[in-house]
Design a protein around this ligand. Structure first.
Ligand code: AMP
Length: 456
């Protein structure tokens, strides 16, 4: 059986893992920890929820605790993360895993005063977790020196590129010493990420645990057809009728999130919004209240929700269906984690039926319909033969336009221009074969990450 012991982790880390209640390593941990302990670079296709943080944090800590250079502490590991929430969560994981080690770490991000961050930097750190903007800002002010970094982790690389951080990443890469170990994690592997990876990873081992394959199958889902104007009544009814323990509601816009929070509030439902316009303090508070159960419902936009790591979510509501089918999979993956049960509702109004077609095409099956509710609206049901809805700037309605991103394509994928990463649904098609695994391991030697794990 695969155990943490068998991965070669030190006693101090095994104790920390045990303190956390982890009994067995997750697939990404099984695949990534041994090569990282061996000093290899790793290219990981995995998203939040797979245990990827421990997959890089444990080996980083182990390598760093093997011996601390003499003199004042300096930054030996740099973890770049796209959002403040994710950065804070990574740092919190470092706290947990380094409990029995003499390691100092700190997270820095924008939107808060820089002085406490500067003070921590001046005291000396081993590990720095950062968002790109604040990192470069403090480098510019002379508070950070990356000249002795041994370990560089780029987390959620696809999100980084989506958020326009590519130039910042390049600037950071230029400041790092040539000799170092690298790790890149991304939920998807479009060509832009493969190119970025090949520009700085060295003979990387590819680890692929795309979670789309597990989540869609296991999660109970329902689609409800409803007029846009009736959505708020429908959600209030469901929240009141069902035993919602902890629910996340996804809206398309920040404004929509705020409005819904007010409406839920008026119905006596305790809700809070989390999105990019909220101050860091408000976001942290909303998240803390949601985690401790004070707030029943968190209303979020996709970006803000990235990286929110809350395990026992009973309900996910796609209040607005996402126009990117992959977002649906990411959103519903918030529930039924760690073996818990949960349900994902999707509200489809008359303008969203094309999105539903796109989602079902991606996941490979029809999401069960619930047409028994009071607000059922048949006009929102997709018409026979209806094409997938436009994806953002797509000009044609019959799929993705040429300039739309193919988020799931694998590097150099030979499977043609179609969608390459279909969830494992046990049906026909080219699933699996359409993914050219290991090609992210460009220009490098053997791909040791074969044998994709589907067993979670
Ligand atoms: P991550 O994908 O790193 O955001 O981790 C998702 C969640 O899984 C976090 O709450 C971790 O504490 C938890 N986790 C990570 N590794 C394990 C493991 N081996 N067993 C159980 N839970 C884990």
């Amino acid at each position: 059986m695969d155990t943490f012991e068998s991965l070669g982790l030190s006693k101090a880390l095994l104790r920390a893992v045990e303190d956390e209640g982890y009994t067995t390593p997750t697939p990404v941990q099984l695949q990534a920890i041994p090569p990282l302990l061996d000093g290899k670079d790793v290219l990981g296709v995995a998203q939040t929820g797979t245990g990827k943080t421990a997959a890089f944090a444990l080996p980083v800590l182990q390598v760093m605790s093997r011996g601390r250079p003499q003199g004042k502490r300096h930054i030996r590991a740099l973890v770049l993360s796209p959002t403040r929430e994710l950065a804070a969560q990574i740092d919190e994981r470092f706290s947990a895993y380094s409990e029995h080690l003499d390691i100092r770490h700190k997270v820095i991000f924008g939107g808060v005063k820089q002085n406490p961050q500067v003070r921590a930097l001046q005291k000396g750190l081993d590990i720095l977790v950062a968002t790109p903007g604040r990192l470069l800002d403090l480098i510019g002010q002379g508070f950070i020196d990356l000249g002795r970094v041994e370990f560089f982790v780029l987390d959620e690389a696809d999100q980084m590129l989506d958020m326009g951080f590519i130039r910042d990443i390049r600037k950071v890469l230029n400041l790092l010493p040539k000799r170092r170990q690298n790790l890149l994690f991304s939920a998807t592997m479009p060509k832009s990420i493969a190119d970025l990876a090949s520009s700085f990873l060295n003979k990387a081992v590819m680890v692929d645990v795309s979670p789309e394959e597990i989540t869609v199958e296991r999660i109970a889902q329902k689609i409800m057809f409803v007029r846009k104007a009736d959505k708020r009544r429908l959600i209030v009814d469901i929240i009141k009728e069902e035993d919602v323990y902890r629910g996340i509601v996804f809206t398309r816009t920040k404004h929509g999130a705020n409005r819904l929070v007010k409406q839920l509030d008026q119905a006596g439902i305790n809700a809070a919004a989390i999105h990019g316009n909220k101050s860091q303090g408000a976001r942290t508070k909303a998240l803390a209240n949601f985690k401790n159960g004070t707030t029943l419902i968190l209303v979020a936009t996709d970006i803000a929700s990235r990286g929110i790591d809350v395990d026992d979510i009973s309900h996910v509501f796609n209040y607005d269906l996402p126009n990117e089918p992959e977002s649906y999979v990411h959103r519903i993956g918030r529930t039924a984690r760690a073996g818990k049960s949960g349900i994902a509702y999707g509200f489809c109004d008359e303008s969203e039926s094309g999105y539903l077609v796109g989602i079902e095409r991606l996941i490979g099956f029809e999401v069960p319909r619930d047409e028994e509710h009071q607000y059922h609206y048949p006009a929102a049901i997709p018409k026979p033969g209806q094409k997938p809805g436009k994806i953002k700037d797509g000009k044609s309605s019959g799929g993705r336009s040429n300039n739309s991103r193919n988020r799931n394509s694998r590097p150099n994928n030979s499977g043609g221009g179609g969608r390459n990463s279909r969830p494992n649904r046990g049906g026909g098609g080219n699933q699996g074969s359409g993914r050219s695994r290991g090609q992210g391991n460009r220009g490098s030697g053997g791909n040791q990450g074969s044998g994709r794990s589907r067993d979670r």
